[in-house]
Design a protein around this ligand. Structure first.
Ligand SMILES: C[S@@+](CC[C@H](N)C(=O)[O-])C[C@H]1O[C@@H](n2cnc3c(N)ncnc32)[C@H](O)[C@@H]1O
Ligand SMILES: [Zn+2]
Length: 259
């Protein structure tokens, strides 16, 4: 089954980086301490964060990316080399780097894989770990139009408070913390708050983790879908116009330093 991050469309959309994502990468790069001269970014996607470091940091840093999705790598935005591989087979041997970064990845991993990745990051770093995770997020549940599986549209398996991170990295102290906020519509806030279940075919493309159905492809392929899509687009643009927006906390960057 083709996973969420294997779809070419995902990375084609991501190549047109939104101002939110650009600001996210820039904020992450700003947290890199001056004494860092080597860095590995795990689950680097299309290398958006690495590209930001390349642009932003004047001094020479030896950079490397690690990513599972061939499609992300073939749409890469950075000059840095991205090594292809799965996190469960991650093996850096005795290699050490000053900083290991891992942005928007931990929340996607089942518990055992998350714990194993954290162990490997701890082994790989000589000093710092930089992570970015959803901050106290109230997840949404959408229903797959094909198999009925319910899932979070961003495939988040969990969210984190600062104490959750501290528990996972007991030999590290939080050196810097940065919470990022972004606009949320009233409708999304209500959906999150009351955990209202909606169809995956509403809104942007969503890929079911169970059967791999891409909700937008379902819409494109069926006549009824085309009507549905037009209705969906009209509804979306109307809602965009009339809905008030609120700025809410979304995610947190934590720079951890070995004690
Ligand atoms: C939300 S994206 C974040 C990408 C990038 N770090 C960023 O912040 O833009 C999650 C990334 O983790 C990668 N990923 C998820 N599970 C993985 C695994 N088991 N092995 C390697 N990479 C994985 C996905 O392919 C995807 O690129
Ligand atoms: Zn499904």
């Amino acid at each position: 089954m083709k996973g969420y991050y294997e779809f070419e469309t995902h990375w084609k959309i991501a190549a047109d980086i939104s101002s939110y994502e650009l600001a996210r990468y820039k904020s992450g790069a700003d947290l890199i301490p001056d004494d860092v001269v080597s860095l590995v970014d795990i689950g680097c996607g299309n290398g958006g964060f690495l590209a930001s470091i390349e642009r932003q940091i004047g001094r020479d840093i030896k950079l490397q990316g690690f990513e599972r999705s061939a499609s992300a790598i073939s749409n890469k935005l950075c000059k840095t080399e991205i090594v292809k591989g799965d996190i469960d087979r991650l093996d850096f041997g005795n290699q050490k780097v000053d900083l290991v970064s891992c942005l928007a990845v931990l929340e996607h991993l089942p518990e055992a894989l998350e714990a194993s990745l954290i162990g490997k990051m701890i082994d790989l770093t000589s000093k710092y770990i930089l992570i970015d995770v959803p901050y106290k997020e109230r997840r949404v549940r959408v229903a797959c139009p094909s198999c009925g599986c319910r899932f979070d549209p961003h495939l988040h398996l969990r969210s984190y408070a600062i104490s959750d991170i501290e528990k996972r990295f007991p030999a590290f102290k939080v050196k810097k913390k940065l919470v990022l906020s972004g606009p949320e519509s009233l409708l999304t806030i209500l959906i999150r708050f009351f955990r209202i279940e909606v169809s995956a075919s509403l809104g942007g493309p969503k890929i079911c983790p169970q059967c791999g159905t891409n909700s937008k492809e379902v819409l494109d392929s069926a006549e009824v879908g085309n009507r549905g899509e037009r209705y969906d687009a009209r509804l979306k643009s109307l809602l965009k116009k009339i809905q008030p927006k609120f700025i809410l906390k979304r995610e947190v960057f934590l720079l951890l330093e070995k004690i």
